[in-house]
Write a protein that binds this ligand. Structure first.
Ligand code: ARG
Length: 561
């Protein structure tokens, strides 16, 4: 049951304020004796020309509800006290009945394309692309939980003049065997070498341009090489996606929109939005802003033009109700331009486009840069994390079945959780020791808590005991703290979905884990008495919610570890 919502409903029956406003005003009294929720009446005083104490009294006299133990006017506040036993039992009843569907809701529906991951072919996947992948994946799962149909799009950077250079480089120094063995690294080295040598030997640049022209004109050799580079790079990326457990619904990358840009340029012309500025074709962005370039002076089209074509295509294809771009904050201006131009084209659906930015990861305080050698290799990070998890398991639980699978879930889970637990816009410094830490506020801590709950249930089963399905009434404060958190889960999911913010769920899972561990430390769960079934119901409900919270983050929850 959503008690806060109930408070909002009751207040709104008496007070002429929008429900969101009421919800925002509701406070959580610090002193538990003052109840669980309080509505302050100061804001109404001016409007009603009455003193707030009187208003509080009036409201209280006119509402009643069986869901609360008491509703009282205390000074200028209306205080609501939850019936603790009732909260515990109604919450556990809901969770056990709905199982992993607990928290499902209908915030909205319809297609929501999520532009995410989107690494560039023939270059190592960066930390930024990892962030985009795991944040996008969690948002997709959360949107689905609240009724939408997410469509995960990997908008691969698979086209552009750099592919002319790459082909030229490959023709000079390339070796098929090497590319097959380690595609991205080999291709990347050719590309870096090309840049170095082109500084001494500018003719190389011309060669690169010539190859790009050939690619554009459909020259069979150029197309074949480009396709091959794309294919082997994608296979490399797919290994990482597989480790992370992330899948995509579409890989329509930049190249897919090659033949879809001219119509957009024509459309902009027809709508009278395009004008010339210093040889380029641009769209006005309003006073004080630089115009947005649509066609460069050398005639080539650019990133923005392609994204315009992609947005229009996706609208036709998916008829979306929202579209999200999970892309680093450094591209914020690009997405402002994208939305502004679409709006100028009279596409009101541009209002439903959201750039979902995230912060920068640095290493040793410096920006990561593949070119400058300040790199984090994702494969290696994942491998290290899994190995460390494996070592811990061998020490602590050598008899565990499926050790490799569990080590994988814990190691990879640690990496994903670490990325999601902070507000996505926060910048942070990458520290491998921090990422693979298993104590404190980490993914493995939440996983471990869930495994602990599962282990209690197994022990109970061995004693012939199981969670009750009728009696859920527990009156101790530890149980109440756990159940109150669990009751909050649906609201947490909604908040995370509305803010496109996985950290809301990650922080929540840590909090619930802590509350449960306190319960575990203070209450003898497996004592055979008439309440054992109710206690086991609390344990089971906790495990259901922790498992589901982790799932929404893209993290597996092993039953044993
Ligand atoms: N490939 C781009 C990069 O690595 C990210 C693409 C983001 N998506 C988009 N529709 N622009 O920077």
């Amino acid at each position: 049951m959503d008690f806060k919502n109930e408070v909002v409903e009751l207040i709104s029956s008496q007070v002429d304020l929008p429900k969101e406003k009421i919800a925002a005003l509701i406070e959580r009294p610090k002193n538990a004796k003052m109840g669980d929720y309080a509505f302050p009446c100061f804001v109404l005083a001016k409007e009603l020309h009455k003193n707030p104490v009187e208003i509080a009294k009036n409201i209280t006299d006119n509402i009643s509800s069986d869901d609360f133990a008491s509703i009282k006017a205390v000074g200028p506040y209306v205080n609501f006290a939850i019936d603790h036993e009732k909260l515990v039992s109604s919450t556990l009843k809901d969770v056990l009945a709905q199982n992993n569907h607990y928290g499902d809701q209908e915030v909205g529906h319809g297609n929501v394309p999520i532009d995410m991951s989107s690494p560039n072919i023939a270059k190592p996947m960066s930390m930024g692309h990892l962030r985009s992948t795991v944040i996008g994946n969690s948002i997709a799962k959360t949107m689905e939980k609240v009724g939408y149909t997410p469509i995960k799009i990997n908008y691969l950077g698979d086209y552009g003049t750099q592919f002319g250079k790459l082909i030229a480089a490959y023709k000079h120094w390339g070796n098929e065997e090497d590319v097959k063995k380690d595609p991205i690294m080999s291709l990347f080295h050719y590309y870096v070498r090309f840049h170095k040598e082109a500084e001494e030997n500018p003719e190389l640049d011309q060669e690169g341009r010539d190859w790009f022209k050939k690619l554009e004109d459909g020259d069979p050799e150029a197309v074949k090489l480009w396709k091959w580079f794309r294919e082997v790079s994608l296979a490399d990326f797919n290994r990482i996606y597989k480790e992370l457990g992330v899948t995509f619904d579409s890989y329509n990358g930049e190249a897919f929109f090659n033949d879809k840009m001219q119509p957009v340029i024509d459309e902009l012309k027809d709508k009278g939005l395009l004008y010339e500025s210093r040889g380029a074709q641009v769209v006005d962005m309003g006073e004080d802003e630089n115009p947005a370039i649509i066609v460069k002076s050398d005639g080539t089209s650019i990133y923005l033009t392609r994204d315009l074509a992609a947005a229009e295509w996706r609208m036709k294809e998916y008829d979306f109700v929202k579209m999200l771009y999970v892309v680093g904050n450094e591209q914020a201006q690009h997405f402002v331009e994208l939305k502004t131009v679409l709006k100028k084209m009279s596409y009101d659906w541009s209002d439903e486009i959201h750039h979902v930015p995230f912060g920068l990861i640095t290493q040793g305080g410096k920006k990561l840069s593949t070119r400058k050698g300040n790199v984090v290799f994702l494969d290696q990070v994942l491998k290290d994390a899994v190995n460390l998890a494996k070592k811990q398991i061998e020490e602590k639980n050598p008899d565990l079945a499926n050790q490799d699978q569990v080590a994988h879930d814990v190691g990879v889970g640690a990496v994903i959780f670490h990325d999601l637990k902070n507000d996505r816009l926060d910048n942070f410094d990458f520290d491998l020791n921090e990422v693979v830490r298993f104590e404190g506020d980490t993914g493995p801590y939440v996983q471990y808590t869930n495994a602990r709950a599962q282990s209690v249930l197994r022990k109970a089963a061995a004693m012939g005991e199981k969670p009750s399905d009728t009696d859920f009434a527990l009156d101790d404060d530890w149980a109440f703290a756990v159940a109150k958190d669990i009751a909050d889960f649906p609201r947490i999911i909604r908040r995370s979905a509305e803010k496109f913010e996985p950290s809301v769920i990650a922080k929540y899972s840590l909090d619930l884990a802590k509350k449960f561990n306190k319960y575990y430390a203070n209450v003898k769960i497996l004592t055979k008495d008439e309440k054992i079934g109710a206690r086991l119901a609390l344990v089971k409900a906790t495990s259901i919610v922790l498992t589901e919270a982790l799932r929404l983050l893209g993290v597996n929850a092993p039953e044993e570890m």
